[in-house]
Design a protein. Sequence first.
Length: 471
Amino acid sequence: MDAAHAAMFTRSNVKKLRMPNIGSALQFEMMKMEILKPLLIAASDDNLTNLRFAKLFRTRRGNRRYLRDLMQKVDAQERNHLTQAICNHVIAPGRAPPFERKLKALDAKLTAEDWLRTALRANAIGMKLKITLRRPDDWHLHLRDGNMLRAILPYTSKHFARAIIMPNLVPPVVTSADAAGYRDRILGALPDGSKFEPLMTLYLTEQTDPDDVAAAHASGLIKAVKLYPSGATTNSASGVSHFDSVRPTLERMAEIGLPLCVHGEVTDSDIDIFDREAVFIDRVLDPIRRTTPGLRVVMEHITTSNAVDYARSQDETLGATITTHHLVINRNHILAGGIKPHYYCLPVAKREEHRLALRDAATSGEARFFLGTDSAPHTDANKLLPCGCAGCFTALNTMSILAQAFEEDGALDKLERFTSLNGPAFYDLPANEDTITLTKGDPVTYPSHVETPDGPVTVFDPGFDLNWRVE
Ligand code: NCD
Ligand code: ZN
């Protein structure tokens, strides 16, 4: 009975009970729910208390018609999570196509913001926030050798399944024999039981033999070749000065589908250090792309909106890695209020507008952007010199920092693509099957530095609290 009619019944023997969302054919619906008869009996026994009625009315939870109307009503109000809850409730005991269809449509419709809003609500009521991702990989990592390798490798192997290993040792990893030896030393330095897989690279020089590269690729030993413009960064003296002399190797790589990882900075002394990446794109990278069609290229540790725009303008043969530190620091962090050698890395961090472009790229979920931490440990003694080394050591806290940054941008649902899915897809490798879980709670503390036999190495300090911990 509707409200207008109900209002006409005013005598003291009238008891009004509400049946919201049941429609206008109450009697019929009550018969279907098999509550009409017990209800009448209770009334005639003068026994129809509110509690008795509430118990009988509870059977609506199994009433499809009622549930469908309710679902449509809350859906029209865009209360997506309530709609999902109703659909899940109906589907749980068996098949229910209209509810299944609605649930599927909702899954597609729910945006990152919806997801985050729910998460924040859960957080506000004291629930622990938790996300589970496929285990991440690091698509640009410096592991060094000897003592340093043994001291720092466990921090990466704890969280990451695989990493592209940079070949800029002294002397560099130039031949397939060098790479095989280095891989064995890495495997030998792993903690017992670790399944970490080093993905090896060769350091491209003007003397590189294309046949050696092809053989190393064919045997599965290497996954990429690394191009350092000579003099661009730490241990890059044997890199390339004359790009024409490496053309045969690049052409061979294009043929066999072996990616080229590029440190994208020109080294000309007349080019401002903050412009070196943008100039490299115009003068070196784009010409290489045009003259070597099909060559798969990774623009490594991109630091500018120019690089983001260029990556977006290219086809799927171009990928770009972004480091953890470039997502959270700009050049002010290095230079304003005193010089901070531990924030000095190459390519050097740029203006805030560039950092924001990197954040936008990383959190976009776009397949071309993936994580390459460029975690590059140097002892404090080597960082804190009049001419200190470039590199940030982020292996320990990368996943905490990334979760914090993605949460801040309302993009936690894109984190897995950045750390665990886009990279393997670019390198034609399967995504990892096992997972890691991050939980949000009180701030996590990381050590300020790790001890190595060569001396302490300072851990990158993002400059804000980290609430996400890797379980
Ligand atoms: C790296 C290193 O220390 O090997 N340093 C850095 O600042 N990123 C080299 C590099 O990747 O440029
Ligand atoms: Zn690097």
